[in-house]
Design a binder for this molecule. Structure first.
Ligand code: ADP
Length: 628
């Protein structure tokens, strides 16, 4: 091999045209000949080699614009040529070197094919990405019909009946459902049909969801929960398909519990409302009815639904075989509230001084959720104050926050502050003076967000709250107390200086007066109910069917009676306040300094004053608590 190299070198270097040094071209040649890669002869060198007869044959590749030269010494070299190179052809012909042309059309075709194939592949990839994207969107759209029930995750701490407090009757009734789920044979062997649906009726936050969860927890079965409003979408038919999907999923996991919250969102009476009702909602309800009929009586799926408006539900939902059980979950009474507080206090460090029974008394009308929130707010305040135990102060501040909202900046303007103080003292004083009124809890001048300058808070009577029975005397007392603010302004500032601050009070007074006249028969119009309950749910229906149940003359008399009741209450309030101007001044001074007076302290002040003026009052014929 080495000899051929030197030979070739000699040949190349002997030519004057060669610009290269002999050593350089030897290098070039050697790589070209040995490795047979790339041209290692220049074009002119190639021509000379051909002329010298050193080249055995030539193979021209027009597409690659290259000629492959086989040398006589056995080497081979590739040289780039011009397009359509006539000189090379002529030189080869002259030297009689055989020249063949490589047909590289197939090669070009292959290259083209590969390039095109790559392009097509690229296009396909782009298309696939696009299709996948749109499929995802479409999937979402198609998935509309699928329900997304929240399923209690496995291993999550199950809610037990002991976590639900203060609603003993409801709990007892539902205990049976647990047995249905756990030991259905006990019922089926004696031919009993296990109820398919249980309706929980009660105000929000009373623990209906909690009860449903507790049933699932006690029975150890899966729990599917969904709000009825989640069924209804913009598109007709989606709700129905979601209902179907939910039941399908549940049946696959039977025995289990399906919980539908706020069932009135779909279960409302059909054909009600302006325009005759909502197609989508009705279809969803129909599907729900069909599904309830469709599942076998003892299939192990029990449907629990919650609502606070059982009166608006469609009758078809309530018939036996659907929701054949109805369980009332009411607001807890004092004992119930104490129990609920204890349940939620289990996980929170309470100071020894905190008496939950007292707090139960101070929270009439609170639901379970409100009580849970109270303890939580108190815990947050405790953490903020960097204390380790929840004390009465934290609970008290939390209660205020929940009932009255956040505190705003204290009032500066003393004239305005004084007026508000008289207004609030008016309410507070009448609460104390009227024997049928609620008990005063506190009166304060600390403003609250939302433009409340101060307030006098009363504590509703537990007995009235529990029994739900309201007497005429109680309502009259409420009217007097409600008008106490306006009366105080009248007494202190005179008729032309009264403010609009009583607007809210007046609204309440008008509502109470109207109900007294038209619903409870508490007026001279006699024992007749002239108006029904104004449930806004059926606004449309009532509006369409609105026809007065009374004559125009009766309407006028109703208005007159309403006005009369309100006027009597205002007169009574003024009558009680006017002779106590001195006491009012004293209370206002104190309120401005202290900003808050607790109910007990307030009553003591009033008692003290009353004691000192008793003989006078009797002489004047104005007794504390005289009713209108
Ligand atoms: P509802 O479904 O009736 O609107 P929830 O069951 O969702 O009310 O109650 C909300 C929260 O309030 C519960 O998670 C629980 O912390 C608390 N709660 C409500 N009622 C009770 C109760 N009776 N006992 C204990 N906690 C209750």
């Amino acid at each position: 091999m080495s000899s051929s190299v030197s030979e070739a070198t000699g040949a190349a270097s002997s030519k004057p045209e060669s610009p290269q040094k002999p050593a350089d071209s030897a290098d070039q040649r050697s790589t070209g000949l040995l490795g047979n890669q790339g041209p290692s002869l220049s074009y002119s060198q190639l021509l000379q080699e051909i002329e010298k007869g050193e080249v055995k044959d030539l193979v021209l590749s027009p597409a690659r614009r290259e000629v492959q030269a086989r040398l006589r010494d056995g080497g081979s070299v590739a040289v780039a040529v011009f397009n359509n190179d006539q000189l090379l052809l002529r030189t080869a012909e002259k030297a009689r070197v055989p020249l063949s042309v490589r047909d590289d059309r197939s090669e070009a075709m292959l290259a083209g094919l590969v390039a095109n194939g790559l392009l097509v592949l690229l296009l396909f990839a782009a298309l696939a990405v696009l299709i996948r994207r749109s499929a995802q969107v479409a999937n979402k759209a198609m998935g509309f019909g699928r329900s997304q029930p929240r399923i209690q995750p496995e291993g999550a701490p199950a809610v037990r009946f002991e976590d639900v407090a203060g609603i003993a009757e409801a709990k007892e009734e539902l205990q049976e459902v647990v047995t249905f789920l756990k030991e259905p044979e006990r019922f089926t062997t004696v031919g009993a049909r296990i109820p398919k649906g249980v309706l929980l009726v009660g105000p929000p936050g009373t623990g209906k969801t909690l009860l449903a969860r507790a049933i699932a927890g006690e029975a150890g079965v899966p729990f599917f929960s969904m709000a009825a409003s989640e069924f209804v979408e913009l598109f007709v038919g989606v709700g129905a398909s979601r209902v179907r999907d939910l039941f399908r999923k549940a049946k696959a996991k039977a025995p289990c519990i399906i919980f539908i919250d706020e069932i009135d969102a779909v279960g409302r009476q059909r054909g009600a409302g302006i325009g005759g009702g909502n197609d989508e909602r009705e279809q969803t309800l129909n599907q729900l009815l069909t599904e309830m009929d469709g599942f076998e009586p003892n299939s192990g799926v029990i449907l629990l639904a919650a609502t606070n408006r059982a009166d608006v539900l469609d009758a078809a939902l309530m018939r036996p075989g659907r929701f054949d059980r109805r369980i009332h979950v009411d607001l807890p009474d004092r004992r119930g509230r104490e129990e609920i507080l204890s349940v939620h206090a289990r996980t929170r460090p309470l100071a020894d001084t905190v008496n939950l029974s007292d707090w139960a008394s101070r929270t009439p009308g609170f639901s379970g959720a409100d009580l849970a929130n109270l303890l939580n707010e108190a815990a947050i305040l405790t953490a903020r104050r960097e204390q380790s135990q929840i004390n009465d102060q934290a609970l008290s501040d939390a209660l205020e926050r929940i009932t009255m909202g956040l505190t705003a900046a204290p009032l500066q303007d003393s004239a305005k502050k004084r007026l508000i103080a008289y207004h609030e003292v008016g309410h507070a004083l009448l609460t104390t003076l009227e024997p049928h009124a609620d008990k005063l809890d506190k009166v304060t001048l600390l403003p609250r967000a939302g433009g409340i300058g101060g307030f006098a808070r009363t504590m509703p009577d537990e007995e009235i709250l529990d029994s739900g029975l309201i007497s005429k005397a109680y309502l009259r007392a409420r009217l007097v107390v409600a008008l106490g603010g306006r009366a105080a302004e009248l007494v202190v500032y005179g008729p032309s200086e009264v403010t609009q601050g009583a607007a809210g009070d007046l609204e309440m007074v008008t509502r109470i007066c109207r109900e007294m006249v038209t619903r409870y028969g508490f007026s001279s119009l006699g024992p007749v109910a002239l108006e029904g309950d104004h449930g806004e749910v059926f606004l449309g229906r009532d509006w369409l069917r609105q026809e007065p149940h009374y004559s125009r003359e009766t309407g006028n008399r109703i208005d007159a009676q309403v006005r009369q009741l309100a006027q009597n209450a205002l007169d009574q309030a003024v009558r009680l306040l006017r002779p106590r101007r001195e006491l009012m001044d004293e209370l206002v001074e104190r309120l401005i300094v202290e900003e808050t007076i607790e109910g007990d302290a307030f009553r003591q002040l009033v008692e003290h004053f009353e004691g000192s003026r008793q003989p006078q009052a009797v002489a004047a014929g104005v007794g504390a608590g005289a009713s209108a």
